[in-house]
Design a protein around this ligand. Sequence first.
Ligand code: NAP
Ligand code: 3JN
Length: 340
Amino acid sequence: MKEYNVAVVGATGAVGEEMILTLEQRNFPVKNLRPLASERSIGKTVKFKGEEIPVEVLDKDSFKGVDIALFSAGGSISGKFAPIAAESGAIVVDNTSYFRMEKDVPLVVPEVNPDDIAMYKNRGIVANPNCSTIQMVVALKPILDHYGIKRIVVSTYQATSGAGRKAMEELVEQTRAWFEFKFDECKPVKIPKVIAFNCVPHIDVFFDNGYTKEEMKMINETRKIFHKPDLPVTATCVRVPVFRGHSESVNVETEKPFDLDEVRRMLDEAPGCKVIDDPKNLGYPTPIEASGKDETFIGRIRRDESVENGLNLWVVSDNLRKGAALNAVQIAEILIRDYL
Ligand code: NAP
Ligand code: 3JN
């Protein structure tokens, strides 16, 4: 089997670390792994297939001989280095928002719009959507295909790992300080307000329309992935004191009437989805149960009785896995299967 040289940009981060683990677990045919990060990581190593591989400092020569480059070191790094990587002959799978909404860059969730990957040829870049978008579109794709969707209303409950390794540490530190009654040590750094024992409806920056950038990402990315530029979507994104796993309350109005049992069956059979819907016996997904798993879990499936053809879903997935690393590696798997 052909093997590929793979670079991981942001290899020491929460997403990068999960990418390396996912490459190993899925037996991606890696010839050489090149972990890249900043000067802060000089002297560090990453573990891959039992081997300690030294982290290299990212620079313009990092991509010589690289076939596939997985980026997750922030938008400005992608903006500068993804075109350099593509120019060097690598195909970039970018986990940041930098290229997502560019018309000539495909934005791909393999279970939803795999054929869009072909557009990578335009610029040598495939964009990976935001974690909150990914799990929602995976769950809604079968609904869209069978019944059509008129409108989506989503509220998220997002884990601290979505804001990076330091934000997870912030939750640990604030929780410790809280239990020691040292409330003045509960200082927000990565998350705008205290996250221990709290909920913060503020992820990324605010725009003039009152929405946050995270909320606008969900709206615009969903429209692009579904090829429905005018689809009515509204979102409220909230950070909660959870380490790993994003949850979403998703309300949809469908075009056509649906049967609830058929919805359950269809969702359970859909790629990447697993239905857990037996609430009287505690059958509903939670982030702790979804942690480390690949699926998008769906429960609390019920009618929204306040409108015609209204459906409520509770959608939970591991934000570092399907929300980031797994989706990127699945894209890379399609690239090597169909295009390289
Ligand atoms: P993180 O835990 O803070 O890690 C950041 C990574 O980027 C580290 O490896 C860091 O290296 C590296 N980095 C930072 N500045 C760099 C520079 N100047 N040159 C080279 N490497 C640099 O953050 P994360 O949670 O892994 O997220 C990283 C990025 O992934 C985010 O900014 C976001 O764009 C994207 N992301 C996407 C999703 C999604 O929804 N698909 C979810 C989360 C994150 P050092 O350790 O050397 O500093
Ligand atoms: O907060 C979350 O749960 C997801 C965060 C994702 C994120 C964090 C920093 C920068 C992104 C992203 O993927 O949209 C970015 C970004 O690239 O803009």
